[in-house]
Design a protein around this ligand. Structure first.
Ligand SMILES: [Zn+2]
Length: 617
């Protein structure tokens, strides 16, 4: 059913519709009305109410204390840390990495508003359709592998699962499957279902033959693990070999439009809720570590799938957890990985501890040997990440004499250098000097070198573009837009004296233009309506920041007039220098017009009598 709307709306609305690729403004408003911003954002980020707003740790930058705010009355969000902000559509677009139209589609689906196909550009529609198709193909493949696990050819995989003591409930829960040996079973199955090889290629399920035309199945004779995103959709696969000769032991989907290595975790869809409840997440490496942990009741476990922890992953976890417990291997690679992840965790403010198994093997085999209480013991004995790095580096250095010491220092000193607390740093240094039997003074010297050379630059969040605040003009532009939003009474003078092209910043120009299209004699600016007229994300973010902060001005009208004058003066100056340049060029032609205009402008600048008639350059 097509969502019905009456025609006959204001011209301004029509213009906005046109810009919005013909999704009628009313449809967008309908979706907005049905999708409460607190509810929508709450499904992605845990929100806590404080006063009239809701707060969370920002999903768009790394931070320790929540500066991400959602205002239910205004239906907007804004992060005071990184400046991200906007309405419910902006949030979904930004968070899910979608275009504005795709975000509208997602929210329309959510609240049951049907968009007619003409309301989206064919390109957008095609992309969306394709994405859904990819999910559907993956779902189909997962189902195919699952079926085969229970058939005759799946015997080897079932045997393996039994050997690893994976319960039937877990086989079901994690939708485990079997990819048969042979080159084109999946290809054929999909062909029968009408799925073209080109699509399978795009989701990484097949590989083109190196010689000649055609393709072959990527996953062959493997135990299959579908990888889900946090929302529970299949984005990729992992396959474990069942033949010891076959390499690699674990094979994952390549990067596809749906799957990006190192971006998420395996199992977050199953662990998300319990991580949120308990505030703590346990990170293991492999599929089976995760599955076994869940089987033993540790339902807050996610898996990295063997890659080093990335900033994107830390950020994702930070949304749900306060504390992270990592099972790192005690080998060299594991210690290096732990040392590298230290900085990421330090910035995030997540408490992080490292758990070690006191016996050889993976968490999975450990659990099967020592059970729940054994595993709980390991978690209880988990040490801080820093202690782990130092301890393990020292243990290893002992085996390699002087070289070992240097290697250990190379791992530890950068970590120590990133500790801001001097007391803590000195205490670790003392400990290290003692353990490595190196003079403390020498260590301190080395540490200083590291601190000076490698001081980590914490990336400053990108400020709102256009808000360079350096020049007086930009400050005036910013303030004026701020005033026009917070004090609608200032709009009249600004709108009558300025044009969008008078602004040097594209962001403020866009907002000015959107304000032109609003109704002017209002008591309060409808922030969400204003945002829906804006397509530029930076402009939306600015509007949300202004609406959230609502700076008080003593004499708004007076300040607005001052701002208008500054903006005008800049325009006049630019125009003047252009005319002078023109005059210089046309001197020979005896054209006196530029000269005359110059004169007029100079007079205007002196009187401060600014007409609204300056033509755009
Ligand atoms: Zn932020």
């Amino acid at each position: 059913m097509l969502f019905g709307f009456q025609a006959g709306k204001k011209a301004a609305t029509e213009r906005a519709n046109y810009r919005m690729n013909r999704i009628p403004h009313q449809v967008i408003e309908e979706i907005r009305n049905r999708c409460d911003i607190v509810e929508v954002i709450g499904t992605y980020v845990p929100l806590k109410q404080r006063g009239s707003s809701y707060y969370a740790v920002c999903p768009f930058h790394t931070e320790k204390t929540p500066s991400f705010a959602v205002n239910p009355a205004k239906q907007i969000f804004h992060c005071f840390g990184c400046g991200a902000g906007g309405d419910v559509f902006s949030f979904v677009a930004k968070h899910q990495n979608l275009s504005f139209y795709e975000a509208i589609k997602v929210l329309a689906d959510r609240c049951g508003v049907e968009l007619s196909h003409q309301q989206q550009t064919s390109q957008e529609l095609a992309r969306l359709k394709e994405r859904e198709q990819f999910f559907a193909i993956n779902e189909l493949a997962a189902d195919y592998y699952k079926q085969l696990l229970n058939k005759q050819e799946g015997a080897l995989a079932r045997e393996y699962l039994a050997h690893r003591r994976v319960s039937t409930q877990c086989v079901e829960k994690f939708v485990l499957g079997y990819a048969p040996s042979g080159w084109n079973h999946l290809l054929q199955y999909m062909a029968n279902k009408g799925v073209a090889p080109q699509k399978l290629l795009q989701v990484g399920l097949i590989i083109p033959r190196s010689k000649g035309a055609g393709f072959y199945d990527r996953f062959r004779q493997r135990l299959m693990f579908p990888i889900y995103n946090a929302q529970g959709k299949v984005i990729g696969f992992g396959g474990r070999t069942l033949d010891d000769e076959q390499q690699p032991k674990y094979l994952n989907s390549p990067d596809t439009p749906l799957y990006h290595k190192g971006e998420g975790f395996y199992g977050l869809n199953w662990a998300r809720e319990d991580i949120g409840k308990s505030g703590s997440a346990i990170i293991v490496e492999g599929y089976l570590d995760l599955i076994t942990a869940h089987q033993y009741g540790f339902t807050n476990v996610v898996a990295t799938l063997g890659t080093a922890i990335t900033q994107a992953q830390v950020r994702k976890l930070r949304q749900w957890a306060k504390e992270v417990i990592i099972f790192f291997d005690s080998d060299t690679a594991g210690i290096s990985a732990a040392a590298r992840s230290w900085a990421l965790f330090l910035e995030s403010g997540l408490r992080v501890r490292v758990a070690a198994l006191e016996a050889e093997g993976d968490p999975d085999s450990y659990l099967n040997t020592y059970g729940t209480s054994g595993f709980e013991g390991c978690i209880g004995r988990a040490v801080s990440l820093l202690d782990f790095v130092i301890e393990q580096s020292i243990v290893q250095s002992k085996q390699n004499g002087i070289e070992g010491k240097i290697e250990a220092l190379n791992k530890i000193l950068p970590v120590l250098a990133s500790i801001n607390n001097q007391v803590e740093r000195t205490s670790y240094l003392k400990q290290l000097a003692e353990r490595l039997n190196i003079e403390e003074g020498v260590l301190l010297q080395e540490l200083r070198k590291v601190v000076e050379s490698g001081r980590r630059k914490i990336d400053k969040p990108a400020s709102i573009s256009g808000d360079t605040s350096g020049s007086a003009t930009q400050l005036a532009e910013k303030m004026l837009i701020q005033l026009m939003i917070c004090y609608p009474s200032t709009q009249q003078s600004a709108l009558s004296q300025l044009q969008a092209h008078d602004f040097t910043s594209a962001v403020y120009a866009a907002i000015f233009k959107a304000l032109q299209e609003e109704e002017h004699d209002v008591e309060e600016v409808d922030v969400t309506a204003l945002m829906s007229r804006l397509q530029d994300e930076a402009a939306k973010a600015f509007v949300s920041s202004v609406a959230m902060e609502h700076e008080r001005f003593e004499n708004a009208e007076r300040v607005a007039i001052d701002c208008i004058q500054v903006i005008h003066r800049r325009r006049l100056k630019t125009k003047l220098s252009e005319l002078k340049e023109l005059h210089r060029k046309t001197k020979s032609t005896a054209d006196t017009k530029p000269l005359y205009e110059c004169d007029q402008l100079m007079k205007e600048m002196k009187t401060g009598n600014f007409p609204a008639t300056i033509k755009p350059t």
